[in-house]
Every structure is written in C-alpha cells, then in structure tokens.
Write a new protein. Structure first.
Ligand SMILES: *Cc1c(COP(=O)(O)O)cnc(C)c1O
Length: 497
C-alpha cells in the first residue's frame, strides 16, 4: 500500500511521508492506493475487542509501513481513559427504535475532532522518526472552532513540534473562543482572522504550497505539516469509529452480521463522512451515507445536482463548525469516483479556484446518487429539533448533531427507509450551551459559564471538567489580523526574519 496525490497519480509515498507532509507538493491530497478490505469474520472478531484493539486492526490495514509496535505505541498513548471520559472512547447511545447516536465527543475538548487529534501527534512524530528527519514540524491549522482546540490540546508541548491556529474572529462560539485563547503550552500560537473559515483555510493552504516559504523554513531546520482533515493522519483515525460501532451493534445483538446500516453525518469539510465512505468500501455493510448540512448547503446541492457552486451567500449559523463553502475532502471522493483521473481533478479544482464552480460528469453524478443522500436545515429547524429530541427522549444534543437528526427525519419521511441508522454526534451540547438552552426554551442571556451551569440543570449531563476549568484560565492570545497577514504572523512566531 502506498499513497498518491489527487492531482498527480504518479506520486508515490508511504503513509509516514504522507502524514509528515500533510499535503502533496502539487496541492493535491494524499489517498491510499487501494482501500483494504475487511471481512464479516473480521467484523465478528472485532466485536469482542476494545476500541484500542479495533483501532490497531484498522491502522494496520492502512499504515502498512508502520510496525505493529509503532501502531500500538500510538494507539495506547492516545486512546486512554485519562484523555477520554469513557473507556469505550466512543459511546453508542440508543435514541429511539433503530437509531443510534455515535457520541464522538468524550475526548478532552468535547468534539469529535479529538478522535483523530489525540492520536495525530503520535502518528506524526513516529512518521518523522521513520523518515529519519530531525526537522521541527510546524503545524498550521485553519479552524471553524473545534479542530483548533483539539489540535492545540493534542500537540501542546509535544517535543519537535510547534503549532499555530487561525480561526475566524466572528465565526466561533464563546466557549470555543475561550478554549483556544486560554490554551497552555510553550509551543502553541493562536490568532483570529478578519474573515470566515474559508479565508483561514485558503490562507493556510497558500502558505503550505508556497515553495519560497518552504525553502525559508527548510533553511531554519523546520517543515510544515497540517492537522486539518487534508492530512491523511486525520482521516484514518476517523474510519475506526464507523468500523467499531458496526462491530459493536452486531456484538450487542442490535443487528445481524451483514445487515446494512445508514450513516448520517453533520458535514462541513467532508472529512467525517468520507471516513464513513472508506469504512463502507472496506466492507462495512452500509446502505446510504447521508450528508447533513446547515444553511451553508453547497454540498446538498452538489450531491443532488452534480454542480458545485460556492458563489452564494455565506451564513454564520448556530452550527459554526459546519459553516464552510469549500469542502476540501470532496477532492478525495471525486478522485476515487473518477477512477483516479488526476487530469479531471485538476480541471475541476482549477475551475473551483478561478470561477468558484464546476460540474461533474453524468457518470460521477450517478455514482454520487448511488452512495449518498443529502439534505440541510436552517437554524430555526435545528432548534426545533433540539427541543423535540429533548422533550421526547430526554436527550440533549448539540446544534451540529441536531442538523443531522433533522436531515435524517426528512430522509426517513421521504423514503420510508427503515434501515437501522447511526447518527454521528459530533460535539458535546456544553460547547454550544447558549443555542441549546434557547432551543429548549431557557433564557440564555448570560456568560458562557453561567450557561454551562444552567444546561447542567436541565440536561442532567455531567459538565466536562475541561470546560469548567476554563473559567479560571487567563487569556493568552488576543491577536486579530487581516487574512493577508498570516505569513508574517507565522514567521514572527517562529522567529524567522
Ligand atoms: C468539524 C465538525 C463538523 C464537520 O466535520 P467535517 O469532517 O468537517 O465534515 C461537524 N460537527 C462538529 C461539532 C465539528 O466540530
């Protein structure tokens, strides 16, 4: 197994190189040369293992240049009951008949990004060692709120690394901002951008692929890498929980081995749902992958029509981690659906960059329709769904997860499909206390910590210790810059003149 670039199929690197580099020099994303398969017997065996053992199995299939001991080192250090508040790492909550909430927010920063970002630093430093380089890795992150904190927490004080996070100043929740601006660690930097997430992501991508900047870093004994889901080391860990939850449902007797399930994912950058696609094509029996968006519904339109058009108004919603108009990981999917046609990918993504729009072929449209369904909902519907789930099932979900629940309800009503379904629950409701409380009908005009206390009263969910502790932490990072000043910020933080 090796990794290719979506913009140049002749690129051939092993997984350590793909993870260390983050993105290919041609601007393409690394994809595995094949999707390894998993049999029903494998799935049965996984059912009696814990999350760590399941993770080792899946990594073993994708990171074929890693030794068993290297994989075990990464997994055993990342998925601990110290970092996660559940030794199951991911929890499957039964919501109603045949619908399961895959709670991916039991990690240290209370969002699903922890599932990958707790292990990425181990994968990355192990990769550097395997490559025999002692360069310092500089991690650049663009975040719509959750990735930034999860990456900071994963990389803080990791020897041989330094991390810089850019977030849209007006595009994150009060709690998310507090989480990032109070970050501890000697190797971390955080900076707000006047702009939206796409501006931050484009800025980071431009720095990554600029040869002059790379040469400057090289001269100083450093190299860039990415903790965004453009890095394969982010995506691979996300495949595990889909494999794991299917094996768990079989082990629990909720489904029979071989039964198909649907997977619903609240989507922004298309990383999480793409991991579901990989799990399906490894051999997990999946009927439909259902892509749920908020008012930024560029993916809904794309999956329904085959036209990707980012020329539309950007909406700041109550599910900010999905406020994205350019979904990076779609490039990986289209590379696979075109039969690895790198010329075609260059053409479409060139058009996306110059005109903001491209249309895929009829063949790709047909494949999209076979694998995916899509829908979206606005903030009012998101809130109504939070309230409905709360009233009906005494279950409190966050705003992103509620988008997925609503889109799934619409899907079920439209199709009558009774297939058992996993809904990815991507954040703790405490990260978005204000919106969740106002949805339930509780006055939410208070500071973020009062809101946490109020939410504890109505939800009866334990308050995550990491969020409660923020109250007493001092703000360390309050810089707000123009999106054109990102390179200067990076250089000055690294002490490069
Ligand atoms: C990042 C995020 C998403 C979107 O995930 P993608 O992999 O970018 O599609 C959804 N919900 C929450 C809470 C997130 O943090």
């Amino acid at each position: 197994m090796y990794y290719k670039s979506t913009r140049n199929s002749s690129v051939r690197v092993d997984s350590a190189q793909a993870i260390a580099q983050g993105i290919s020099k041609d601007g393409g994303l690394f994809v595995p040369s094949e999707i390894p398969s998993i049999t029903l017997d494998d799935i049965k065996a996984l059912g009696s293992m814990d999350y760590r053992a399941r993770a080792k199995f899946v990594f073993g299939r994708f990171l074929t240049d890693f030794t068993e001991a290297e994989i075990a080192y990464c997994v055993d250090n990342a998925y601990t009951s110290k970092a996660f508040d559940s030794d199951n790492i991911a929890e499957l909550a039964h919501l109603f008949d045949g619908t399961y909430m895959l709670e991916l927010w039991h990690g240290p920063t209370c969002a699903f990004k922890d599932m990958a970002l707790q292990i990425l630093p181990y994968l990355l430093t192990t990769s550097m060692k395997k490559l025999g380089t002692d360069k310092k890795v500089v991690i650049l992150v663009a975040t719509s709120g959750d990735t930034g904190k999860a990456a900071l927490e994963g990389f803080k004080d990791v020897p041989g690394t330094s991390i810089m996070v850019f977030y849209p100043d007006d595009g994150v929740s009060a709690m998310q901002k507090k989480q990032m601006t109070t970050q501890e660690g000697a190797n971390v930097g955080v900076c707000a951008i006047k702009g939206n997430f796409d501006d931050a992501q484009n800025g980071v991508k431009a720095i990554f692929t600029n040869a002059e900047i790379a040469a400057e870093l090289d001269k100083n004994g450093m190299m860039f890498s990415s903790a965004n889901s453009i890095n394969w080391g982010r995506l691979a860990p996300q495949i595990i929980y889909y494999v794991s939850s299917y094996a768990q449902l079989v082990a629990d007797g909720e489904i029979k081995l071989g039964d198909k399930i649907n997977i619903v994912v609240p989507t922004g950058n298309f990383g999480n749902i793409l991991a579901g696609y990989y799990a399906k094509h490894m051999g997990i029996p999946v009927n439909k992958l259902i892509c749920a968006s908020n008012a930024n519904n560029v993916l809904t339109d794309f999956i329904k029509t085959g036209v990707y058009d980012r020329n539309r108004a950007f909406h700041a919603t109550i599910s900010p981690s999905m406020d994205i108009l350019i979904s990076s990981n779609l490039e990986r999917l289209l590379y696979m659906l075109t039969g690895e046609n790198d010329a075609q990918i260059n053409e479409w993504f060139g058009k996306l960059a110059s005109e903001g729009r491209y249309e895929v072929s009829d063949e790709v449209k047909a494949k999209l329709a076979e694998e995916f369904c899509a829908g979206f909902c606005d903030d009012a519907q998101t809130k109504a769904t939070i309230k409905k789930i709360y009233d009906k099932y005494s279950y409190t979900c966050d705003t992103h997860t509620a988008v997925a629940v609503k889109v799934y309800e619409d899907y079920k009503a439209a199709t009558g499909d009774e297939t058992k379904t996993i809904i990815a629950s991507t954040a703790s409701p405490y990260k978005f206390s204000g919106s969740v409380l106002s949805a339930i009908g509780v006055d939410s005009d208070a500071d973020e910590f009062t809101l946490v206390d109020k939410l504890a009263e109505v939800s009866k969910l334990p308050v995550p210790a990491s969020l409660a502790a923020l109250k007493d932490k001092a703000v360390r990072f309050d810089k707000v810059i123009d999106k054109t000043e990102m390179k200067e910020f990076v250089f000055s933080s690294l002490g490069i003149k």
